[in-house]
Design a protein around this ligand. Structure first.
Ligand SMILES: Nc1ncnc2c1ncn2[C@@H]1O[C@H](COP(=O)(O)OP(=O)(O)OP(=O)(O)O)[C@@H](O)[C@H]1O
Length: 434
């Protein structure tokens, strides 16, 4: 059931009794102390992972987005001596009511991407189109209405809530700032929101320290829902929480998403968390998307060695059930500095299958399936990477990456957001379509 988004019209209170996880022990609990003592709760039955609607139009489109932070010299005259290439040419789409997961190790640029989408940062270049409007460079005044439609949930529920404000003030503030409701209607709305996120509506006058971590994150979610946003950027929303309550908060987010048809950009370093929530996942490495695909393809047939390494660290329940273990791929070395990233493929310094071409030529984000793109010269399933670079003939270079005068480079869509109807079939080495 999707709510109708009348401008200042509030949705009637949803059937919260059906809407909350039935056996969610945290819901409406009076005592904040015991919450962290619950055993690990697997995602609750009936909370099946979100599904992609193939006909939904994009609510968010990000094209060739870059964020370069200046690095200043020390001393009195602080000159710019370089740039941190935190995000370097990222493109993707998120459909209305859909969810895209952004995953990768710490420092790969996930949070910076999320902060650009919510316009907490102004991008260095590239475009962000939200609901048909280019919001990449809009002014502070123009940002105010956007704040109603795009909200963020932060990682740390301990620091993201003002300890001196009551929960009612925290959740109600956006309603007062945006003058959405008359003063006497704010409290009932706050109580309605508390109930939606599974907290006792009578606790609006308590303070953040009176709640457990999971409950505080619920307050953060209620605050994000106050203005009925169309897009929520959730930046590691459960990683600061005890493992026992992570699944409950994710289930709540999923219910909220379905109930209000909110689109999500879900930032996480944990592939297991994203798998439950997102029908589509983008894997980032050192400021770039290295692989993006629908959930099943990414988890079952990853083609990039970095995705394969990340996935090898995720416990595989099916494999464990038949007594097997997925072999862990250990990556050598550290992530290089984003101030001076490696030439060619940024992953090559840690890649187990890198060859000469990888240092010379940056691999394009090549579409290799209906909903699957990968940026690797040697793209292939684990243990089946080709000996010769699949990209060389397409790029007009030889196997070492040197220009090949005899070759005819193919124009490829490259760094476009979304997917094309045709793609490059790695096995047949021709273009294919559905
Ligand atoms: N305001 C800033 N000024 C300079 N560099 C920054 C700034 N914010 C982030 N960075 C750098 O940009 C890179 C990407 O950071 P970002 O926080 O986006 O990564 P992340 O993948 O979200 O990592 P984490 O999970 O640790 O937050 C890192 O090298 C980080 O040090």
């Amino acid at each position: 059931m999707n709510n109708k988004r009348g401008d200042d019209k509030l949705t009637p209170l949803p059937a919260t009794a059906n809407f909350l996880p039935q056996d969610d022990p945290i819901s409406r609990t009076e005592d904040p102390v015991d919450q962290d003592e619950i055993d690990f709760v697997a995602p609750i039955e009936g909370h099946a992972a979100s599904v992609a609607d193939p006909n939904a139009k994009p609510i968010l489109e990000v094209r060739d987005l870059k964020m370069y932070f200046p690095v200043k010299s020390s001393g009195i005259i602080r000159r710019t001596i370089g740039h941190v290439q935190a995000v370097d040419g990222v493109s993707f789409q998120v459909p209305e009511g859909g969810a895209l997961g952004l995953v990768g190790e710490s420092g790969c640029g996930k949070s910076t991407t999320g902060r650009m989408v919510t316009r907490l940062y102004e991008p260095t270049s590239g475009t962000i189109t939200f609901d048909g409007r280019d919001i990449s460079r809009i002014s502070t005044r123009q940002l105010k209405p956007l704040r109603r439609e795009v909200q963020m949930i932060f990682q740390d529920p301990y620091t993201s809530l003002n300890p001196r404000h009551s929960v009612g003030a925290i959740i109600g503030a956006p309603l007062a700032i945006h003058k959405v409701l008359p003063r006497n209607k704010i409290l009932p709305r706050v109580q309605e929101l508390l109930e939606i996120v599974g907290l006792n509506p009578e606790h609006y006058n308590r303070y953040p320290h009176e709640f457990s971590g999971g409950q505080r994150q619920r307050i953060g979610i209620a605050r994000a829902l106050t203005l009925q946003p169309k897009l929520l950027v959730a930046d590691e929303p459960v990683s600061a929480l005890d493992v026992s309550i992570q699944a409950q908060v994710i289930n709540l987010l999923q219910d909220v998403q379905r109930e209000f048809n909110i689109a999500f950009v879900f930032v996480a370093h944990d592939l297991a968390v994203v798998r439950h929530f997102c029908p589509e996942i983008a894997v980032m490495y050192l400021g770039k998307i290295v692989e993006i695909a629908d959930r099943d393809t990414l988890y079952n047939r990853p083609n990039h060695p970095y995705t394969q390494a990340l996935l090898s660290a995720v416990p595989d329940v099916k494999q464990a059930a038949i007594g097997g273990r997925r072999e862990r791929i250990r990556l050598e070395g550290d992530v290089p500095s984003p101030i001076n990233p490696p030439s060619g493929c940024r992953f090559r310094t840690r890649c187990p299958i890198a060859q000469e071409i990888c240092a010379r030529v940056e691999p394009p984000l090549l579409q290799i399936g209906k909903r699957h793109k990968v940026a690797c010269h040697f793209a292939g399933e684990l243990g089946h990477h080709p000996d010769r670079p699949v990209t060389a003939p397409l790029l007009g270079v030889d196997d070492t990456g040197a220009p090949d005068p005899g070759a005819t480079p193919t124009t490829m869509a490259g760094n476009e957001p979304g997917y094309s109807d045709t793609w490059y079939d790695l096995e047949r080495k021709t273009m294919a379509s559905a």
